[in-house]
Write a protein that binds this ligand. Structure first.
Ligand SMILES: [Fe+2]
Ligand SMILES: [Fe+2]
Length: 269
């Protein structure tokens, strides 16, 4: 397989027809026999991969080029998730606009060619597959919850369902409830994943203010959590469950890795 076939496979698995803005091929590779797949990749990993005889390094998080510079565009997928869960379109778009405003200066300032230039110098393929893997992961978390939640579920029931998935069982982090109470009714819920990064304050606020009782994020920073807690209470009726970054990212990555291996590629994670 070459890098564009790998990219196409990831899109097909994610049921996507366009390459998301946070996903790109930085250095194409033909005839890939051995690939090293990492959630984060740095220049030392590229050197290591070259020394160990890999043809290609696949990162999950954006590596550079358009995936870094255009990253804020992918945040618009938060609006799709909100609207699918009954949030009015205007409120969903406003949340996305706020998120993009917060993020755009950082993307603009990034050293966007650092990693790609190292890969070119070393002579190794480099690509990142971010949103397709997260979209696969989001769907699996969503479907697992829908299939296994008991009638009239509490928040703790949802945590138990997710915790039973292999990636969460294997992780050294636990799924944590950051707001609300485990005995609260789960109510209307949404997995806010597969949209660049967590929705921070704007997406959680749009969700909580428009009928969603339980928000699932895969990570959140302390500042956003503090601000949300001030508005909705740390132990109030609104629930925020944080599933864990690496375990959650692994769900979609593992699907892609299995498919690549099924096509004869040696992939080490
Ligand atoms: Fe991810
Ligand atoms: Fe991630």
């Amino acid at each position: 397989m070459d890098t564009s076939e790998i990219l196409d496979l990831s899109l097909a698995l994610a049921k996507q027809s366009e390459v998301p803005a946070d996903t790109t091929i930085n250095v194409p590779a033909k005839d890939v026999h051995q690939a090293l797949f990492g959630i984060d990749v740095d220049p030392a990993d590229l050197l290591l991969a070259k020394q160990k005889g890999y043809d290609l390094v696949i990162a999950h998080h954006p590596t550079g080029g358009s995936a870094v510079l255009e990253f804020p565009k992918v945040l618009s997928k938060h609006a799709d998730i909100l609207v699918r869960h009954g949030v009015p379109k205007a409120a969903a778009l406003e949340a996305v606009r706020e998120l993009q405003d917060e993020r755009e200066p950082r993307a603009h300032a990034e050293n966007y060619d650092h990693l790609p230039s190292v890969a070119r110098l070393i002579g190794i393929g480099l690509m990142c597959i971010h949103n397709p893997c997260d979209e696969i992961g989001r769907r699996i978390m969503d479907e697992t919850l829908k299939a296994r939640l008991p009638p009239k579920p509490r928040v703790q029931d949802a945590i138990d369902v997710l915790q039973s998935m292999p990636e969460f069982r294997a992780a050294k982090t636990r799924i944590v409830q950051r707001m609300g109470k485990p005995e609260n009714p789960l109510g209307s819920w949404a997995v806010h994943h597969g949209a660049g990064t967590n929705g921070g304050v704007p997406v959680a606020r749009a969700a909580f203010d428009h009928g969603i009782d339980t928000v699932f994020y895969i990570h959140i920073d302390a500042g956003a959590l503090r601000r949300l807690g001030e508005v909705y209470g740390r132990e109030g009726a609104k629930n925020l469950v944080v599933t864990g970054h690496l375990a959650s990212d692994s769900i979609g990555i593992n699907v892609l890795v299995r498919e690549l291996r099924g096509r004869g590629m040696r992939v080490h994670r």
